[in-house]
Design a protein around this ligand. Structure first.
Ligand code: GLN
Length: 292
């Protein structure tokens, strides 16, 4: 329980210390860093500015939102949802609880697609992102490649709004559109590249998922049936219809499941062209090519 009189005379330094102690006692590892981040966020100031204000009194207008943020963090809510933003591919993305929080692991897919585009005539490329969430994958790629067009689909309407907001924030709204839909079901167009970070955690893996993820992130973006392959199956089945002949699918892989994902796509007439590992040396992204 945080007991602070909100009309107290506390300085920025003391508030930060109190915040850090409460976070530490609630089991937050980087308690000092997170207390500072939350104070900067509540004050709308940079870390540098907060440092220069160290001995100055924190106003009630800053203290009230800080205490609210602190309470949320102490209950285990991820800091990205409290701040409403997360950095990915060195870009800022808005997030809320309708979208997964972008993971650094997923930058493996962005890097793979960008390298692929470098090798092709990318000027007219059209990319479809299935289960776009915050739009971080698609928008990071479009940000690196002027000219190409992107379309994102998500079953959650609220996620589509977050993705559209991110497109606008990065000046990409003329090249990125987002639609509410169930995978590729409502899509009639054809695409050169399809990307996806689908839900892929197997039901039996639930015990290995952290409480923060389980309680706060959208379950529909995480779990995919008994073996974690349900979404891969749905995507692989429908995708031939909407991908050009010779087109590529870049898809994020679940840890230790690349062999099974490969089999799912091969059964639908795709060949596995490449697999990339993430920084933890885990097979994280596969490219499947639709045979002519
Ligand atoms: N990589 C995420 C996690 O382990 C899962 C994302 C997903 O299912 N697509 O929390």
């Amino acid at each position: 329980m945080i007991e602070l009189p909100i009309d107290s005379d506390l300085s920025y330094a003391s508030v930060m210390q109190i915040g850090s102690r409460h976070l530490r006692e609630s089991g937050v590892l980087e308690s000092r860093l997170e207390s500072r981040i939350l104070l900067c966020h509540s004050a709308g100031l940079s870390a540098e500015r907060i440092l220069s204000l160290s001995n100055k009194r924190v106003s009630t207008e800053v203290l009230v939102p800080f205490l609210d943020a602190l309470r949320r963090r102490m209950s285990g809510e991820p800091i990205a949802y409290i701040m409403g933003v997360k950095e990915f591919w060195s870009l800022k993305f808005y997030v809320d609880n309708s979208t997964l929080i972008p993971r650094p692991d997923s930058e493996t897919l962005v890097s793979a697609v960008i390298n692929h585009l470098k090798k092709t005539d990318s000027s007219k490329t059209k990319i479809l992102d299935l289960g776009t969430g915050s739009g971080c994958l698609l928008l990071s790629i479009l940000h690196s490649y002027p000219g190409i067009m992107g379309f994102g689909v998500d079953i959650n309407e609220s996620a589509c709004r977050v993705a559209a907001r991110n497109a606008k924030h990065h000046g990409l709204n003329s090249r990125a559109s987002f639609f509410n839909g169930d995978w590729a079901k409502a899509i009639g167009d054809r695409f050169d590249i399809v990307i996806s970070n689908p839900p892929y955690i197997a039901a039996e893996e639930i015990s290995s998922v952290s409480r923060e993820v389980l309680e706060y992130e959208p379950q529909g973006a995480l779990f995919a049936g008994v073996d974690g392959l349900d979404s891969y199956r749905l995507i692989a089945k429908d995708i031939s219809r909407i991908i050009v002949s010779g087109g590529s699918v870049f898809i994020e892989l679940a840890k230790d499941n690349s062999g099974n994902v490969k089999q799912v796509f091969e059964e639908e007439g795709f060949i596995c062209a490449n697999i990339w590992r993430d920084l933890a040396n885990i097979e994280r992204c596969a490219e499947f090519i639709r045979q002519k």
